[in-house]
Design a protein. Sequence first.
Length: 630
Amino acid sequence: MLPNLPDSSFSATRPPPQSYLQGYSNVLPRGNVPQLPIDSRFPAPGPNKQSPFPAFPAIAAVQPPFLAHQGQVPPPPVGAPFGFNSREAPHYPNAGPPIGGTLQGLIEDFQSLSVASVPGSLDPGVDPKSLPRPLDVDDEPTSVLETYPLNCHPRFFRLTTHAIPSSQSLLARWHLPLGAVVHPLAEAPDGEEVPIVNFGPAGIIRCRRCRTYVNPYVTFTDAGRKWRCNLCALLNDVPGEYFCPLDASGRRSDVDHRPELSKGSVEFVAPTEYMVRPPMPPLYFFLIDVSAPAVRSGLLEVVAKTIKSCLDELPGFPRTQIGFLTFDSTLHFYIYPSSLAQPQMMVVADVDDIFLPLPDDLLVNLSDSRSVVDAFLDSLPSMFQENTNVESAFGPALKAAFMVMSQLGGKLLVFQSTLPSLGVGRLRLRGDELRVYGTDKEHTLRIPEDPFYKQMAADFTKNQIAVDIHAFSDKYSDIASLGSLAKYTGGQVYHYPSFQAPIHYEKLRHDLSRDLTRETAWEAVMRIRCGKGVRFTTYHGNFMLRSTDLLALPAADCDKAFAMQFSLEETLMTTQTVYFQVALLYTSSSGERRIRVHTAAAPVVTDLGEMYRRADTGAIISLLSRLGQF
């Protein structure tokens, strides 16, 4: 926006500021207009200087031809960009030097300009004062619940605007992403637990066409014997075990006693047909770099102490399983028989031909072998204290961990301190390629170098293994390549550049403790459904897209959120309300198969101002930040 200059900006005895003139010259029209140097347009006053402008009592202010309303050129319409007339592009075949004028006239011309049609600016009909302001960290847009009290809490599901545009033309004027942010396992507001529903022999009630779960927005007809799906409008039969008569207003008389009909968020206990295998136990496998850089930085001591302090709080007791593998240029496996006081180490030196020694003993039940695991963690820092090996066989170690975990799945926690240098998956030091910085090739440094890690991530996902990367290198780490393991398995990347235990101890301890002790959903899949007229097109987050709309999440927790973009399928919407439903099928740490369902509704509007007034700034920023990562 151009400045509103006061009358005192220019004096009668000196030329206008050079910086102002330089910016003003950038908007002068091209064509046959003479492009005079700044100095020649505004010569310094002096007895021997001949000015190209007419003499005025005071300094002459510049008035470019496209602002000279006195000539034959019509003024630009309101809303036209600088230097452009929407009726006809300006052309000045005989234009001479800029015409002089008063400073007040120049100010009035600037004030009359409008930038409403500049891409990204607000529509002229939108009052900026009515737009929502960014919220404090702990606040949430709960005003949505006042209009739609049956919606799930915004902590679980938030739209970038809680007003769906009624047409493609209205969406084109929105200029912001249209989408949603889903936080399926977020901690419930005010400590309220998501209600658990068990349908028993009746089975879970779902639409037979679109597979929507029964929710507060479905309607019952035919004296309660049928129910209409709110997403696809199909009439479904009500099972005999679920039947309840309707009252005078057409509502079931047991609505207040059925959470699935009165709450926007519920959790269904899944029957056996929702299982492809028995529910897996919580499994944690630690892959730890023990090369010389890791020992020098103090990494081993911090990791060992933190893991030991969290063993009592690992979810799933007494079913939890645990295992360890350390590596430098060789791989070190450990077995923890409860009959021994110390674990036994077995070394595999051939990193090109990996095999598992005693494969049935590399994972143990934590409650059975707790004393042996404690002894191992106590001795781990001193075990490699004199290690001078600087090589890293990370790729072979990754394959070995996959072989150990493939039967059960679980969470793999990687602690990587040295760039992989041996065996499959070795990486080169791309960070020193200074010649590509500042060029159009710089983006290649953020592209995974070796497809090995993406392929391993696909294999991990198929076997329900999530990977968390803790990177500690004091040099180049190639997070772009290593991060693929977390990106496609529902994991997370923790980066500690130039890690030193005295400095980063608290941060690592906090991050690792949180990672180990938070409640986790295992072998999960998630799908989001929407009503007629809209369609989800793009998904953002750490997951593997198993089909067009099914997100595979080997592990998920209360800190994981996902973003989606959707578009309108129709030129003109025919419905008054659009419904959304998120369903997460997972195994709890207690071994129970469950389905967490969140349902929400949003109105269809015809006013752009209403879209902005109902915008959710937090959801918009979250979605935009994810768009910037890809």
